[in-house]
Design a protein. Structure first.
Length: 381
């Protein structure tokens, strides 16, 4: 048998190629995420690199470290529809009637705003001056809004624009979620603190870019308004997406949860400053909801709210809610809130436009056992 002798240089090159292949394989494996099995369904999990869990203070060390950097970030555009096939109306009826469930909301300590004012003093001083110039909210700003029509009637009004709102529930628990897409560009969505364990609820397409991979460098700024971060900035430690969202998306699966790390300068959890919203699932398709978002077609500086009835639609299929609203890019991931017994519960998040109704109606996943409950079982909401 003929033996082939290789020079040391050739062996070294082959070893380097092998190491590179292993590195690429490891990167692909990490990008694929880890499957977590729950009794409600499977979810895909990723962990944050250590460097992204506590944010550095310098602008050079992180793409979203300063207000100027964040102001330059563009809102995430809605992903193309991969699930537009018309579903049979019968699919809207669940084969098994599942009981509605809820997880309670929680408020931050009574001194939370005092705490935030002392921790982020310069930010609050700038916002105080801004609020003084605005004055009080006129009654019409919260009562009257733009109407869409007979099928998807709604009212729209400012969210955390006025002093009377941004320091209180539910507006202080909703904020901007910044991230880096796989192509290296920055973007933002809307996200919501919805667990006493500092877990965000947002849209899956804000966490994973279809056809490209996982987003990274997540930074959450609760109650952000006019570029200011009155309650600080929070990195992340892990994220979860329903396995049904892979490989091609789907509105009923377009929800994700992100576990936040402590605030960049104080180390305190986000719930110490703002508390958290409740969650509810397996509710009726038709209810009155308040949908929130940093919609760039209206303003990137504060949120707006669309208040109106939700609906089902045969064209959207099972576990998808429809609501009239004219908000667009940047509102992705914003909470659809139900007011139950005086508390605010997240029942869905903004996913994208209703089929054939861009800018007049949008959709979100109806929270159910196989999406939000499975995610929280895997994350520990």
């Amino acid at each position: 048998m003929t033996q082939h002798h290789r020079s040391p240089r050739t062996v070294a090159r082959l070893a380097a190629v092998g190491a590179l292949a292993l590195t690429c394989f490891a990167a692909q494996a990490a990008d694929a995420g880890k499957t977590v099995h729950t009794v409600y369904g499977d979810v895909i999990a990723i962990q944050a690199p250590q460097a992204q869990q506590r944010l550095p203070a310098s602008a050079q060390a992180h793409p979203f470290a300063t207000a100027r950097q964040r102001a330059a970030v563009k809102p995430l555009q809605w992903a193309p529809r991969d699930d537009q096939a018309v579903a049979a109306p019968a699919e809207l009826t669940e084969p098994t009637v599942r009981a509605a469930g809820r997880a309670s909301a929680g408020e931050a300590p009574a001194f939370a705003n005092y705490l935030a004012r002392n921790h982020f003093r310069a930010t609050w001083q700038r916002l105080d001056a801004l609020d003084a110039a605005k004055g009080a909210a006129p009654a019409t700003a919260l009562a009257d809004g733009e109407k869409d029509g007979a099928h998807y009637g709604y009212s729209r009004y400012p969210g955390n624009y006025y002093t009377s709102q941004w320091k209180t529930t539910p507006w202080n628990k909703i904020g901007k979620l910044y991230f880096t897409k796989p192509d290296g560009s920055g973007s933002y969505c809307t996200a919501n603190v919805a667990s006493g364990n500092s877990v965000l609820v947002t849209a899956a397409h804000c966490v994973y870019t279809l056809g490209a991979g996982w987003n990274s460098n997540f930074v959450f700024v609760p109650a952000e308004r006019n570029g200011e971060a009155p309650y600080g900035r929070f990195g992340w430690s892990s994220a979860r997406i329903p396995s049904g969202y892979f490989p091609s998306g789907g509105r009923r699966w377009d929800v994700a949860v992100i576990k936040l790390a402590g605030e960049q300068t104080t180390g305190l959890p986000v719930t110490s400053y703002v508390g958290w919203l409740g969650r509810t699932w397996n509710r009726p398709y038709s209810e009155f909801a308040y949908a929130h978002g940093y919609a760039s077609n209206l303003s990137t500086q504060y949120t707006h709210v669309c208040a109106g009835q939700t609906y089902d639609s045969p064209s959207e299929g099972t576990n998808v809610l429809v609501q009239g609203c004219d908000m667009t890019y940047g509102a992705s991931g914003g909470a659809w809130l139900l007011n139950l017994s005086g508390s605010h519960y997240v029942n869905s998040v903004v996913s994208g436009p209703h089929i054939g109704a861009f800018g007049t109606a949008w959709v979100g996943p109806r929270f159910a056992d196989d999406n939000i409950v499975a995610l929280c079982a895997a994350m520990g909401c």
